[in-house]
Design a protein around this ligand. Structure first.
Ligand SMILES: NC(=O)c1ccc[n+]([C@@H]2O[C@H](COP(=O)([O-])OP(=O)(O)OC[C@H]3O[C@@H](n4cnc5c(N)ncnc54)[C@H](O)[C@@H]3O)[C@@H](O)[C@H]2O)c1
Length: 414
């Protein structure tokens, strides 16, 4: 069956935006009539990609407001810098477009509230593109949890532990958005990669919610040490005061009693890890330095970790099974980028609620500004706003489908 065509504009064409645009165009039925970046060369590069992949010439814009005023779009893919996501999302919804924004945190409560208010007022959706919700391990863990392997979930952990010293430190040379954030801010700047999957596991915004948060941060030494080694003492940023501590620890408490521990760690040498851990009354999963491991009470040898891979296969999510069967392995980040973009396009096409909705988007992004407030007060707990205004207690039913993140819906994989 031929898919209904959807017209999607692409805003923000740095490294991530170019990759996501390319991936987006691999989804059948997607048209890209417009591309936009404040840098003309990046916008032109995006246009060339559209020409190469779809054989059409999009209109190039340097200002998203002009694009929204002139184009007739169904939706917008926004891959701009962290502090611009919320405002652009609001503009898109007001212009009658659904919108997907790349991941990052919010700088204020008002940004989050405005996204929610606008989505409700316009009927347009705002979906955070949290690709890690669709990663293979995360989806198998989700299935294990829904099938009761972990018992009742008690404690969850995750982090963004990614050595990004060169990307951040050379932000001026690369025209990259992170540098100014690391100079001026201090807190959990990138909370959603593991918080997304965790939130879906424990029903945040659907019968559960974040109650309070506390954050502490370490001193900041990694970037200056790196620059001194790489550039020598004469390079101006070697004496820069970076506010952002090298390691930020955040603990979130939830209405149903779970605790969540997040770690942000991007400016010290280390191999990549999201440090995912899921602990319940019957089992524990842990992403460890040398591989993921699981321990199941009464199944694993006493006090002995087991390799997670056999369980990952046994509990493969049908979406991953279908993805592997279709042999679409070329996708970014092992396939999760393709899956999260497919979820977005499906919701645009069906004019239906996305699996990550505006309440999820607001709550997950809010961790950043709340963590900055808590860290500034030496780790004082701060209350978590309820962006659903009580709807979390009794929500409308979620939409079932292949990309559903609330339950597995086998009827869509028959
Ligand atoms: N999900 C993932 O796995 C993943 C991976 C990498 C990056 N990201 C996220 O993607 C986003 C972009 O990352 P990046 O590394 O490409 O950053 P970047 O700073 O290199 O690129 C951002 C681009 O947005 C443009 N931009 C900023 N404001 C704009 C505006 N008002 N209108 C139009 N364009 C504007 C900038 O000119 C730049 O080209 C960030 O939120 C980042 O956290 C996600």
């Amino acid at each position: 069956m031929r898919e209904r065509r959807v017209r999607i504009g692409a805003v923000g064409l740095g490294g991530r935006g170019q990759g996501q645009l390319w991936e987006l165009m691999s989804i059948p039925g997607v048209e890209v009539p417009a591309v936009c970046d404040i840098y003309a060369d990046r916008a032109a590069e995006g246009a060339a990609k559209v020409q190469e992949r779809l054989g059409t010439q999009p209109t190039v814009y340097l200002d998203h407001s002009e694009m929204l005023a002139k184009e007739r779009l169904d939706a917008v893919l926004c891959c701009t810098t962290w502090i611009t996501h919320a405002a652009i999302a609001v503009d898109c919804m007001r212009a009658g477009c659904d919108v997907a924004i790349e991941v990052g945190g919010a700088a204020s409560e008002d940004e989050c509230r405005e996204m929610v208010r606008t989505s409700r007022a316009t009927g347009k959706f705002c979906m955070l593109l949290e690709n890690c919700c669709y990663d293979r391990n995360e989806m198998s863990i989700f299935r294990m949890a829904r099938e009761g392997v972990f018992g009742e979930l008690v404690h969850l952990e995750g982090g963004y532990r990614h050595d990004l010293r060169d990307e951040i430190a050379y932000g001026r040379e690369n025209r990259h958005g992170r540098l100014q954030n690391f100079i001026h801010r201090n807190g959990e700047l990138y909370p959603t990669h593991q918080l997304g999957p965790i939130s879906k596991l424990i029903g945040i915004n659907r019968g559960n919610r974040f109650l309070a948060l506390r954050s502490v941060t370490s001193k900041a030494r990694g970037l200056c040490a790196f620059l001194l080694r790489e550039k020598g003492a004469e390079y101006d940023l070697t004496e820069q005061v970076f506010n952002q501590g090298d390691v930020t620890d955040t603990t979130i408490t939830c209405a149903n009693g779970e605790t969540i521990h997040l770690v942000h760690d991007c400016t010290l040498p280390r191999p990549y890890s999201r440090g995912y851990a899921v602990q319940g009354t019957k089992a524990v999963f842990q992403e460890a330095p040398l591989g993921a491991a699981v321990y199941i009470d009464g199944v694993s040898a006493l006090h002995t970790w087991e390799d997670f891979e056999p369980y990952c296969k046994q509990y493969e999510h049908p979406l991953w099974q279908a993805y592997k069967d279709a042999e679409q392995h070329a996708g970014g980040h092992g396939g999760m980028d393709y899956l999260v973009l497919s979820a977005f396009v499906e919701s645009v096409r069906l004019q239906a609620p996305p699996p990550i909705d505006v309440y999820d988007t607001a709550a997950w992004m809010a961790v950043t500004y709340l963590s900055e407030q808590s860290a500034a007060m030496g780790g004082m707990p701060v209350p978590f706003p309820d962006f659903t205004d009580g709807r979390w207690i009794e929500r409308e039913p979620f939409r079932r489908g292949r990309y559903c993140l609330e339950e597995i819906c086998p009827e869509f994989f028959a």
